[in-house]
Ligand binder design. Structure first.
Ligand SMILES: Cc1cc2nc3c(=O)[nH]c(=O)nc-3n(C[C@H](O)[C@H](O)[C@H](O)COP(=O)(O)OP(=O)(O)OC[C@H]3O[C@@H](n4cnc5c(N)ncnc54)[C@H](O)[C@@H]3O)c2cc1C
Length: 456
């Protein structure tokens, strides 16, 4: 941005939100300029923190006039470099828009501003006797706006669906500066294109989400978690399929490997889960209005191939079991900046993929380590590769190319961001990409919203 335009934009932003909410100080900006993995780092002239939808609209209008690009940012826990200003964009942080009002128990919905964290929304729903069913490891920092923009999946998707399934209304400022607001929460409303669905997964390229109306579900106060050990991924995948058929209270099925569990134990000084190690573990959780322990235990007893099992129905032991899964991301981070490739594999290919991919990675980068874990119930595997330079995306090509070859998705739940836009063509046809471009042009005619994300 040229210096004269720079100062007129900053003055304009200060008029809209007040000078205290336009951050230009380098130290304070830094946290907004680098992503959670530290792989993506950029810079911004300013971080602007609006408090209302009207302020967001005024910011978009100003940036349109001045031809300045914007990166919307929530909790900055995204893993594909989509929420940081890699090309000098203004950052619009939703961090002041955190109100949660109107938990409507009869409609089983709540209204929330986009900057509220996922944890705050889940707590509000729980306090009202219901549940917001999307959950993920970054819950304390990730925001509802970010969840919507990335169409976050998470650990309960096999039972409740992902974020898109929960969004029944949306308020957003389009790239053309217009405010769209459809927050009545009518679940039957076939009156044309469904903008909430369109904005789910749009990664800040079409609109800045300012508020949402979310579907809530039954609060299951009884939970049981089991860690099951297997000799092979095949046995683990077959067991999860059988469990899903045997009990309809299954909320989560997370797969981890022995190497990852060892890494977690070493990084955080945890005891191993069993007296002797096993190649593969699956963490399953069932939840119900009455105690599901007997049903889960019975279903587990009927499974083939379970070499060891630990069952926990009290909060503290359940938390201990979950740590073996949830601490993977942090433990891998202790080894340096990983390449994080979040993919979906067809169920019948899962075991072969998990066997093959470390070999393919080693062929490309003999010193690299491949860490595999994920939401096995929906085929979503997180492929993390350490020991490769952060900007060496040949490794991404190896993994994503193979995923596409076997009919998988190159982005299961994290989005395309800047990290994967080069490979969008692996999953999307020319016609689909052109349709996406047409939608982008219609809603963001000046191309100011996240111009370096999603579309190649
Ligand atoms: C430890 C850990 C565990 C995770 N587990 C999961 C998981 O299980 N499942 C999963 O799906 N993801 C997971 N993630 C990824 C991440 O938490 C999600 O992508 C989350 O939805 C991002 O929310 P955020 O508020 O941090 O968004 P940000 O990181 O701030 O932004 C992400 C993208 O959304 C856009 N954006 C943000 N807010 C808005 C808005 N209000 N309007 C328009 N665009 C916006 C940004 O421009 C960017 O493109 C995990 C991340 C970490 C660090």
């Amino acid at each position: 941005m040229p210096a004269d335009s720079h100062s007129s934009v900053l003055a304009g932003l200060e008029r809209i939100v007040g000078s205290g909410h336009v951050i230009t100080d380098a130290d304070t900006r830094r946290g907004y300029e680098i992503d959670w993995t530290a792989r993506f780092q950029g810079s911004t002239p300013a971080v602007v923190r609006p408090a209302t939808v009207a302020e967001v609209a005024a910011i978009v209008e100003l940036c349109r006039l001045e031809r300045v690009a914007i990166v919307p940012q929530g909790g900055n826990t995204g893993l594909v470099g989509g929420g940081v200003p890699l090309a000098g964009e203004i950052v619009v942080s939703l961090g002041r828009m955190t109100a949660i009002d109107d938990v409507d128990v009869a409609a089983r919905q709540l209204t929330v501003q986009a900057g509220a964290t996922l944890a705050a929304v889940r707590a509000a729903a729980t306090a009202a006797g219901l549940t917001y069913p999307v959950d993920l490891g970054a819950r304390d920092t990730a925001t509802i706006g970010g969840n919507i923009a990335t169409n976050a999946g998470g650990i309960n998707l096999i039972r409740h669906g992902g974020t898109r399934e929960q969004v029944v209304g949306i308020e957003a400022v389009l790239g053309n500066g217009q405010i769209v607001r459809r927050m009545s929460g009518l679940v039957k409303d076939n009156t044309g294109y469904h903008l909430p669905s369109l904005l789910c997964g749009s990664e800040g390229t079409l609109a800045i989400v300012t508020a949402a109306r979310l579907r809530l579900t039954t609060r299951y106060d009884h939970r049981v978690t089991a860690l099951l050990a297997f000799a092979t991924v095949e046995a683990a995948v077959a067991a999860v399929a059988r469990l899903r058929t045997a009990i309809d209270t299954l909320e989560a099925a997370e797969l981890v490997l022995d190497a990852g569990v060892r890494l977690v134990c070493a990084a955080f000084d945890r005891r191993p889960p069993f007296a002797r190690p096993h190649p593969v573990y699956v963490l399953v959780e069932a939840a119900d209005v009455t105690d599901p322990t007997a049903a889960l235990s019975g279903a587990v007893a009927a499974l083939d191939g379970v070499e060891d099992a630990a069952v926990a129905d009290d909060e503290s032991r359940r938390t201990q079991l979950w740590r073996y899964r949830e601490e993977h991301t942090l433990a891998i981070g202790t080894l340096g900046q990983p390449h994080k490739l979040d993919v979906t594999i067809p169920q019948h290919q899962l075991a072969a993929f998990m066997r093959d991919i470390p070999t393919r990675v080693s062929r490309y980068a003999p010193d690299a380590s491949t860490w595999l874990f994920g939401h096995v119930g929906d085929g979503n595997i997180h492929v993390n590769v350490t020991g490769v330079e952060p900007d060496d995306d040949g490794i991404d090509e190896v993994v994503l190319g193979h995923v596409a070859e076997i009919g998988g998705s190159i982005s299961a739940e994290h989005g395309i961001g800047t990290a994967k836009k080069r490979w969008l063509h692996l999953n999307r046809s020319h016609a689909e990409i052109e349709a996406m471009r047409a939608i982008k042009r219609a809603l963001d005619p000046d191309g100011i919203l996240n111009p370096n994300v999603l579309l190649p």
